[in-house]
Design a binder for this molecule. Structure first.
Ligand SMILES: Cc1cc2nc3c(=O)[nH]c(=O)nc-3n(C[C@H](O)[C@H](O)[C@H](O)COP(=O)(O)OP(=O)(O)OC[C@H]3O[C@@H](n4cnc5c(N)ncnc54)[C@H](O)[C@@H]3O)c2cc1C
Length: 394
């Protein structure tokens, strides 16, 4: 067995997870090479919430992108009826001040830009689809679909929900459909009265919901969902008119936002996750982000969890000479939190997508009666980040 410190990490996938891993691993002195199947690093559409825990995780390894350059902070999240009446409000500001890191809403492309700045001259090979790997005591070989093979001391599969690295590690699997479809967009939109700075809200209907985050710089991030069978989601071809039909009669800002979005800017995605995976690595190979644990969007945590992974991985690899042991320690540290958040996101998602008069009445009453302290405690635990044993000076 090799007992030298690793020098080079191979990363499959240049999504938020792969880029973040490159940033944290470079911080601890590793050389990183990223292999991405896409032909260009498109500034992928849509936006996301970047919760405080992601910011704190990166900070723990000294990675501090200037998020405020592209994003306003979100100050509170309200849950509302379709007409906009408040059911419950969660004050982010109190929690984020206590945690010492804001929560942002930002366009994916902007986050990607910030991470690219962080990783400087890291080699990113595009049009390079990972097909499989071999690993032994001395290193890993990643085989690319075009016949090339690249070498490193460890391999990180950050290749998303349909990860090829995962497939080789655990065999064929089927993703779990959540029973609804998502539309999303980030149009230019301004309505300071109804959608002021820092505004974030979820409007809850009957088997449908609509989310808004004012991400600043004259844009909003909106997303809508509608319950549908997996077959209907698969066959779905609807456009903006269908979104308008789904949310007709909802709060004026909801309808105005959809009307104000060019049809070609509306992205359609299926809501999917996977059950928690007990073992997501072997030898010198591990997984990170959606490849390891795709999670439903109800908690807005996918990107932040990928950042947590990248930070914890760096803490375990810093100064390590036994790479497989460091990777297993990383996976073990991540396991309990990931398992719990996949479960919570599923539960929350089911509640939010409630349908039928009784289902809707139960959900709304339940949340209305939920004490503020309970909802704050729940969210504080989701939005916090802690390390078992920090190994990188921040
Ligand atoms: C509708 C929707 C809304 C969301 N909203 C939020 C939110 O508000 N907040 C939040 O935190 N998260 C959100 N998420 C989740 C978040 O986008 C992901 O969890 C996060 O981007 C994880 O990134 P990743 O890098 O692991 O995976 P991905 O972003 O999927 O990146 C994987 C990368 O790997 C590449 N790749 C795939 N296969 C291969 C291969 N074989 N070889 C090489 N490269 C490959 C892909 O091209 C891609 O670039 C949302 C997700 C969805 C679907």
């Amino acid at each position: 067995m090799s007992t030298r410190e690793p020098r080079k990490a191979i990363v499959a996938g240049a999504g938020i997870g792969g880029l973040t891993a490159a940033a944290t691993l470079r911080k601890i002195g590793l050389e990183v090479e990223i292999y991405e199947r896409a032909k260009e690093l498109k500034h992928a559409g849509g936006a996301l919430s970047l919760m405080s825990n992601g910011v704190l995780a990166l900070r723990s390894v000294g990675v501090e992108p200037n998020f405020a350059k592209y994003s306003d902070t979100l100050s509170e999240l309200s849950f509302r009826t379709t007409s906009g009446k408040i059911i419950k409000t969660l004050k982010f500001r109190g929690i984020t001040e206590e945690l010492g890191a804001p929560t942002y809403g930002m366009r994916r492309g902007d986050l990607q830009r910030l991470l690219l700045d962080e990783i400087g001259d890291t080699r990113i090979e595009l049009n390079s689809k990972a097909a499989g790997f071999e690993a032994d005591d001395d290193g890993v070989r990643l085989h690319l679909e075009d016949g090339r093979t690249v070498h490193g001391d460890l391999l990180i599969g950050a290749d998303g929900i349909d990860s090829a690295v995962r497939r080789q590690l655990v065999g064929p699997e089927t993703a779990r459909d959540a029973g609804y479809l998502c539309w999303l967009a980030t149009p230019v939109y301004s309505d300071p009265e109804r959608v002021p700075a820092g505004y974030a809200a979820h409007y809850w209907g009957d088997g449908a919901r609509f989310g808004i985050a004012n991400i600043g710089f004259g844009r909003v991030y909106w997303w809508g969902t509608k319950n549908m069978s997996p077959e209907a989601v698969h066959a779905y071809r609807g456009g903006r008119d269908d979104v308008l039909r789904t949310f007709a009669g909802w709060a004026p800002e909801v309808v105005a936002m959809i009307k104000g979005t060019p049809e070609e800017e509306i992205i359609v995605v299926r809501a999917q996750d996977r059950p928690f995976l007990e073992h997501w690595g072997r030898g010198r190979v591990t997984l990170l982000g959606d490849a390891a644990h795709p999670i439903l969007t109800a908690l807005g945590q996918g990107a932040a969890l990928a950042m947590e992974d990248a930070a914890v991985l760096a803490h375990h690899l810093a100064g390590a000479t036994d790479v497989p042991a460091a990777l297993r320690a990383y996976e073990n540290e991540r396991g309990p939190r990931i398992r719990e958040l996949i479960r919570r996101a599923r539960t929350m998602s089911k509640l939010e997508q409630s349908e039928g008069r009784l289902g809707v009445a139960f959900r709304n009453t339940y949340f209305r009666l939920l004490p503020d302290w309970a909802i704050e405690r729940y969210n504080r635990s989701v939005m916090s980040f802690s390390l078992e044993q920090p190994r990188v000076p921040s």
